[in-house]
Design a protein around this ligand. Sequence first.
Ligand SMILES: [Zn+2]
Length: 155
Amino acid sequence: MSQAESNLTLPQDGRCAFCDYLSGARPYTVLSRDDLVAVLVTREQRGIGHLLVLPVRHCPTLLEATEPERHALIDTIARAAHAVDEAFARPGIAVWQNNGTAAHQAIGHLHFHVAGTLPGGGTDFGDVPELSVEATDLIGERIRKGARRAGSWPL
Ligand SMILES: [Zn+2]
């Protein structure tokens, strides 16, 4: 598969927020990580139990992900969905991912969203409050316990 540059327009956001979270330069709830993939608890909860699954390496979009990264991502997405199911018992779990600003990619580091649905269904794509890291740590702890019960820990 070609690794040539894509035609996508990427967000121009200077330092990568996700790389800062993963390096510890900025505080954030990192639920789990291995050599390839990390799981974060986003401060913008658009569902009930909303996680971000991303490659540890700075990789702009799905088009630049390596085969090992792609395989690790989908495995981790499925395990994260099991954990959210066990932790929050929602009737739906949404998974979404955007490439390029035209597709509403906001941070130029590949990430998948995994979120339990809200009461009434769906997820919230409008303005949501930005939670504290203490609050997302608590969500992460609940999901960690759910993952252990579901037999999908570590994610
Ligand atoms: Zn990055």
